[in-house]
Structure formats: structure tokens, C-alpha cells
Design a protein around this ligand. Structure first.
Ligand SMILES: [Zn+2]
Length: 387
């Protein structure tokens, strides 16, 4: 079969075209169609495929192999018939903005810091790109600023096919050794890279390149990036969240950080008062225990730390076992057990308790803490029987 004529590389882009159906074969619950020509970009080079319609049927996947483009469609088409293809232009533009933006940023990171791009993928919400070396926060900020200057200069992007001989005179980025004619995408002052994807004609169409997050990845850095319409959407989402938080905190515009800092301080003060009050309560409870026998106490609404403090306060008054409990929202029971005898070891009792009530936890010989799936009475009965 002859190679498919690739209309998706034509600039300015073609979104509507006529083509002849050369082949239509069932593929699981769908059909796979080969045309003599297509403007549907097939998945490749980190860029997802185009969607759209062929006649009245939907194109839901496009793949290319050996120069032949195959469209997965939702209903069969007549072989030999002429169909009108309609590419989802908005989707293509969004993906193209991401791809061109990635080239500018990758080329900039390469030129500025010698970073190689070792991974690129356009996901549903953002694109990810991986570098082979770590990039610092300052370096990222510098590269991002420069990449956006390239966008705003509205420079022409050029894609040219080179054969092996003419390619040897060229310096360009590439992830792998390439054979046969190679398509080189050049962005002045930013990048020269082997690429099979779609690109905007002028960098200004990208609008903006924004790194929204980054993290250590293998030996380098993984960047999460949004370009063009995705940068606009990301800004809209952040603005929505910021407005909601400002409303919650009754903060004036521009005073959000101050309001959050104030809230954090208030919370810290409140926590301090709670601990003070709890400690006073625990001291009273400790005074009320009988020091001549084991102590079993249930006190509700205690944090793990508060349970530990209660246990310590009570066990300071007796050399017998002291076990305190608090119920959790998920129906489990948290416990803390202590014994101040010098040679006491509560760990075997803790293990037995966990085994009896599907629990977990452990600790030091004189103090253990954990949670079990039972109620206070059953736990106390078990401990009394196993002392
Ligand atoms: Zn590319």
C-alpha cells in the first residue's frame, strides 16, 4: 500500500479535507480506515493524536506505521468512496501549543545549562518533560523567563526535511539516532530539534509557557508545564481557588498571605491552650486512680499525642499496668499502655492484644501504643485475663 499523504504537516494547518477511502477493516468493536491522504495527526513524538470526523463517523484514534496512517472510527466507511475529514481544530491547537512550547523550553535548558531532554509527554492537563541533570529553582526561573521572551517575539517556526548528507552539517537536538529523511524543527534563538509533531507557525501563538511544578526525577528534574490555552485555564483555576480562600478568610485582595499567616498563628495558640487544658485534666484523672492495682481508663476525643500524655501522667502514680483508650472515628480504639517497673516489658502483651483484635502498634519495653478493632470493655477483659 502507498504511504499516506500527510496533510497535517502543511502550514497554515488544514482542518478540513477530502480523501478517498482505501481500506476499512474491523478492529474489535470499531473499524480501522486508511485514506490516500489525511490531515489527522497520528500519535507520536510525545503528542497525542487528533480527533474529529470522517463523513459522519467519529475518529477516536490515529496511528501511523511505515508511513501509513490508520484512523480508528466508530462506524464503517465504503472503500472507494470520497469522505470529508474534519479535524478537531481546538484540540489540535491546544496540543500544538504544548509541543512548540516544550521545544522552546527544552532548547533553552539545553543551551543555558547543557540539559538533555530525556522524556516528553503531553498529558490531559499538562505536559511533562524530563531532563538528564538536576535543574535548580533559579535555573528554571531563568529558562522560563527566556522561553517566554521567545514566545512574545513572535518568531517564525520552520520545519524542513533533511537527508542524511545535508543533516551532517547541522547541529540539532535528538533523543535517538535517526535514519532516512529527518524533519528538523527550528525556532530562532531557541531550538533546533528533530521532530515529527505539529508546531505553530509563529511563537506568539503559544501565548505563554508556564512551569507549574517540578520534582526530582531519576538523575534529573521532571517539569510539569502548561502552554497557551492550558496556561489560561490554569490561571483561571488558581484565581477561582484564591478567591474562594480569600472569601473563607475574609481577606482583602493582596492580603491573602497575611491572612493565612494570622490563621496559622491563631491555630497554634488554640493548640497550645488545648494541650494546657488536657494536661490539667490528665493531672486530675491521675490523682483519682488507685495506685495499688492496674488502671484502665477511657477518655474520648484524644489525639495520639494526648493519649500518650494521659498514659504518662497516670502511670507516674502507680507501678502497676496503666492502659488508656480513646475511640476513633473509623470505629477502632487507640490505646497507650505504660508500666514504670524497671524490668517491665509490655511488648509481648501489646503483640497479644494486636493479634486478638486485628490491631497494630508497638513501642519500648515500658511504653506501647497502637490501635485495635474492638471496644473498651473487651480490651480491658482481655488485658485482665493476660496480665
Ligand atoms: Zn517535537
Amino acid at each position: 500500500m502507498e504511504q499516506t499523504e500527510k496533510l497535517y504537516y502543511i502550514q497554515p494547518p488544514i482542518f478540513q479535507f477530502e480523501a478517498t477511502v482505501l481500506q476499512c477493516e474491523p478492529l474489535q468493536e470499531h473499524w480501522q480506515v486508511v485514506l490516500n491522504r489525511t490531515a489527522f495527526y497520528p500519535e507520536g513524538g510525545g503528542q497525542p493524536c487528533d480527533f474529529g470526523t470522517l463523513g459522519n463517523v467519529s475518529v477516536i484514534d490515529v496511528q501511523e506505521k511505515g508511513g501509513i496512517v490508520r484512523h480508528t472510527v466508530t462506524a464503517p466507511l465504503c472503500v472507494g468512496s470520497t469522505v470529508t475529514g474534519q479535524v478537531d481544530a481546538a484540540r489540535r491547537m491546544e496540543l500544538t501549543q504544548q509541543h512548540s512550547g516544550e521545544h522552546i523550553l527544552s532548547g533553552t535548558l539545553h543551551a543555558m545549562f547543557g540539559a538533555e531532554n530525556v522524556g516528553f509527554h503531553i498529558g490531559a492537563d499538562y505536559l511533562t518533560m524530563d531532563t538528564n541533570i538536576p535543574i535548580s529553582d533559579e535555573q528554571l526561573a531563568k529558562a522560563e523567563a527566556y522561553a517566554n521572551e521567545i514566545v512574545w517575539k513572535n518568531l517564525p517556526i520552520d520545519a524542513v526535511w533533511y537527508n542524511k548528507e545535508s543533516l551532517s552539517t547541522l547541529t540539532y537536538r535528538s533523543k535517538k539516532e535517526l535514519d532516512g529523511p529527518v524533519r528538523i524543527v527550528t525556532i530562532p534563538q531557541a531550538d533546533c530539534c528533530a521532530c515529527c509533531g505539529t508546531h505553530v507557525q509563529f511563537t506568539g501563538e503559544i501565548g505563554m509557557i508556564k512551569i507549574v511544578d517540578w520534582q526530582k526525577y531519576k538523575s534529573g528534574t521532571r517539569l510539569f508545564v502548561v502552554c497557551g490555552i492550558r496556561a489560561f485555564r490554569a490561571f483561571e483555576q488558581m484565581r477561582g481557588e484564591t478567591t474562594a480562600i480569600r472569601t473563607l478568610l475574609s481577606a482583602k485582595n493582596g492580603a491573602l498571605l497575611q491572612a493565612v499567616q494570622h490563621q496559622a498563628q491563631e491555630l497554634e495558640n488554640a493548640r497550645f491552650r488545648v494541650v494546657q487544658t488536657e494536661n490539667e485534666l490528665f493531672s486530675v484523672l491521675a490523682q483519682s486512680v488507685d495506685p495499688n492495682q492496674p488502671v484502665f481508663l477511657q477518655q474520648e476525643h484524644l489525639s495520639t499525642d494526648a493519649l500518650r500524655r494521659l498514659c504518662s501522667a497516670v502511670s507516674a502514680k502507680t507501678s502497676h499496668l496503666c492502659a488508656v483508650f480513646t475511640s476513633n472515628e473509623n470505629g477502632t480504639l487507640s490505646y497507650a499502655m505504660a508500666q514504670t517497673l524497671p524490668n517491665a516489658d509490655l511488648r509481648p502483651l501489646c503483640t497479644a492484644l494486636n493479634q486478638a483484635f486485628c490491631g497494630r502498634g508497638g513501642g519500648k519495653p515500658g511504653f506501647v501504643q497502637g490501635s485495635i478493632t474492638t471496644n473498651f470493655d473487651a480490651a480491658v477483659a482481655f488485658l485482665q485475663a493476660n496480665l
